[in-house]
Design a protein around this ligand. Structure first.
Ligand code: BGC
Length: 685
């Protein structure tokens, strides 16, 4: 109440000019303040893997100062693969504390769009194909951020599931499906996480841009969900002054430096004067901005000061990285490798030696440092092991000065599709062949061979989608030949989205998966490979065998044209593979460990909405297991399953732990619950 009165008092004192200054960008990441009333500007920053670097005023050229390097956290997909809510909270807390330490008020994170197709260029930023898992990770993450008097801005609301034509594409999705698959994580972000800001997505939904979509922003977000925080446009996502200003969007941001030409700037002033937009509508927006400023203690009171690049933050980055690595395959107990038996180790593949922090679009990070796999392995093994490196393949290095300010031009093409980052020419083919031959020749003499390949941010990037699911740069040929020469080669992939593995998957004993795993990614990977960390990551998305097996491609459209129809309906990821019996390469929720677990005495308590069980570690090393409960749901002409609850637990070798899993709310009456593949209970409530 007191705040409401205070807000009203301040709004009454503001001139129209001042109010308008507060609701649009006056710089790329800042609005205008009102100095005479002690109202500061709102300062924002990307991003999803850490606080982004600074830019030279009015340009997208990096400032290149020394003070803006930051902790580089594992990307969203990596975080989700931990299935660990408390790590999600810690990740958010690092981000919030660093954002505050860097003087930011709003951090444009998390990105929680559902992974509808493996080709979406921003999948690495997003969490999962499953709405419940996404919400369960996003909510604590947001709470972690907001502990620091910094607002989280959850993005991109909503149905922003591709980059191709991202500024205009019209998403056509059944409303029931929208509510079942594409909205719940946003609901959780707002209701359970308490997100103070929401970013309206670029795309259109049911024919209307999200930034002025009454159904989305008013009917659902404000009315149904009771969201009272700020709605901020994506950068350049506003297309109309009157409709947007009369709607629920509070702040317009963009990528061009003609700030007075923004829809919410001079044009809005004229529209108000001409009576096309009511000043009351502007007052509501300003009121919400002031309320947020009070919540963040920007208008007085003790505000937390934050800090960045602390040792503790780096430890959190490492803790997340450790739990996010997924062991996909481990035949013949090929892993872990035993350091004492390895005198000569051969590392093959560009990703062993490549840093990823500074790519991917607005998620890019000027990392304080980044431990590559080579560095991590080398540091773990020490000086008595001889490590040789063979590049094996190469990418086209395309970074040029004009790439540095890509964002300035990001409204020009509306996003597109990218080929696999390679121009197949005879010269390149020959160069690749030479590298391949060199690698294979060296492989014969080593005690152990580790291949580290995958993708990079030339491919996993904002503004473009992948064209296919294949590994680029002729990696498949290299892997196949390697496995012929050295069947014991360990395969490691670093990427932001699944890749096809059909041509070698049978032959490989050991396959390890890492998303872009933050500044300590190489350390975590080395620890997993050599058994210092027992892997516990589980896939938060289905790895289909072929692109044509993916529901958006098998049943729906991707990327569509000016419109895209989500004809696959609710059948996203594992909901599709289970319903239509399509065996994936690796399923949602899968991930191996160096030990084994058994789940015993599972008991469902319908009135409490919980499942209790005992997790026993039946192997020889301590480890972490994620118990996953699924429920069977009716589905047109059949059934499919959905994640109903999960809990991660650490169990020392030979011991057991009691676990309680709180289930998500259940609407249907008939319940069949499963843990893994075993039917837990079939009850009628
Ligand atoms: C992206 C947003 C980002 C914004 C500011 C846009 O291109 O879609 O996710 O926060 O730019 O950099």
């Amino acid at each position: 109440m007191k705040n409401n009165d205070e807000v009203r008092d301040i709004v009454d004192k503001l001139t129209l000019d001042e109010k308008i200054g507060m609701i649009h960008g006056a710089a790329f990441f800042r609005t205008e303040g009102v100095a005479r009333l002690g109202i500061p500007p709102l300062v924002m920053s990307d991003g999803t893997m850490g606080v982004r670097q600074e830019f030279k005023p009015g340009t997208w050229k990096p400032a290149k100062h020394s003070e803006d390097a930051a902790t580089y956290l594992p990307c969203g997909s990596a975080l989700a693969s931990t299935w660990n809510r408390s790590l999600a909270f810690k990740a958010g807390s690092v981000l919030g504390e660093e954002a505050r330490g860097r003087g930011k008020d709003i951090i444009l994170s998390p990105g929680i769009n559902i992974k509808r197709s493996p080709l979406c260029g921003r999948n690495f930023e997003y969490l999962s194909e499953d709405p419940y898992l996404t919400g369960e990770i996003a909510a604590p993450y947001i709470r972690g951020i907001q502990e620091w008097d910094v607002a989280a801005c959850v993005k991109h609301f909503a149905a922003n599931n591709q980059e191709t034509e991202r500024l205009w594409v019209d998403v056509r999705v059944d409303e029931k499906v929208l509510r079942e698959i594409y909205l719940p994580a946003f609901y959780d972000a707002v209701k359970k996480g308490g997100a103070a800001c929401v970013m309206a997505a670029y795309n259109r939904l049911y024919g209307r841009h999200c930034s002025m979509n009454h159904y989305l922003l008013n009917d659902i977000l404000r009315e149904e969900w009771g969201f009272g925080g700020l709605v901020i446009s994506d950068w350049g996502g506003v297309h109309d002054t009157v409709k947007t200003a009369e709607g629920e969007l509070d702040i317009e941001m963009s990528v061009t430096n003609d700030f007075d030409n923004y829809f919410f700037a001079d044009q809005l002033k004229i529209a108000v004067r001409e009576g096309k937009v009511s000043e009351k509508a502007i007052d509501s927006k300003v009121g919400r901005i002031l309320a947020l400023m009070m919540q963040l203690h920007m208008l007085g009171g003790q505000r937390k000061k934050g800090c960045y690049n602390t040792q503790e933050h780096r430890e959190t980055a490492l803790a997340i990285a450790r739990e996010s690595v997924v062991l996909l395959k481990n035949e013949n107990s090929r892993l872990p490798l035993h350091p004492e038996k390895i005198h000569r180790l051969l590392l093959i593949g560009e990703n062993a030696d490549l840093k990823h922090a500074d790519g991917g679009g607005s998620a890019e990070i000027k990392a304080l440092y980044e431990i590559t796999p080579w560095m991590g392995i080398s540091s773990l093994l020490g000086g008595n092991t001889e490590i040789t490196y063979a590049q094996g393949y190469f990418r086209e290095v395309k970074k040029s000065d004009s790439d540095a300010d890509w964002q300035e031009k990001s409204l020009e093409n509306g996003g597109g599709r990218v080929s696999r980052g390679e121009k197949e020419s005879k010269i390149m083919e020959r160069k690749r062949e030479k590298l391949r031959r060199e690698a294979i020749a060296q492989a014969k003499d080593a005690d152990a061979v580790i291949f580290v390949g995958g993708l990079n941010h030339d491919i996993d990037s904002e503004g473009k989608d992948r064209q296919d699911m294949r590994l680029p740069y002729a990696q498949e040929e290299l892997i196949r030949e390697l496995l012929e020469a050295r069947p014991d080669t360990v395969l490691v992939f670093i990427a932001g989205s699944p890749v096809e593995m059909n041509s070698f998957i049978q032959k490989a004993d050991a396959i390890v998966w890492s998303y872009y795993n933050g500044m300590e990614g190489g350390t975590a990977l080395a620890e997993v490979l050599f058994g210092k960390t027992n892997p516990s990551g589980k896939l938060a998305e289905t790895f289909f065998k072929h692109l044509s097996d993916c529901p958006a491609h098998a049943l729906g459209e991707f990327p569509g044209g000016t419109a895209v129809e989500y004809k696959e309906g609710r059948h996203v990821g594992y909901r599709f593979s289970e319903r239509f019996d399509v065996a994936p390469a690796f399923s949602f929720g899968s991930g191996l460990s160096y030990t084994s677990f058994s789940i015993e005495d599972a008991l469902y308590n319908p009135s409490a909405g919980t499942v209790r069980c005992t997790v026993r570690n039946t192997g020889l090393s301590g480890g972490k297991e994620t118990v996953q409960v699924y429920r069977r749901i009716r589905d047109e002409g059949g059934f499919c399953r959905e994640l109903a609850g999960f809990e991660k637990v650490e169990v020392p070798a030979g011991e057991n732990r009691a676990v309680k899993i709180v289930l998500r709310e259940i609407e249907e009456e008939d319940q069949e619950l499963y843990i893994g593949d075993s039917l837990l209970t079939s009850v009628k409530i």
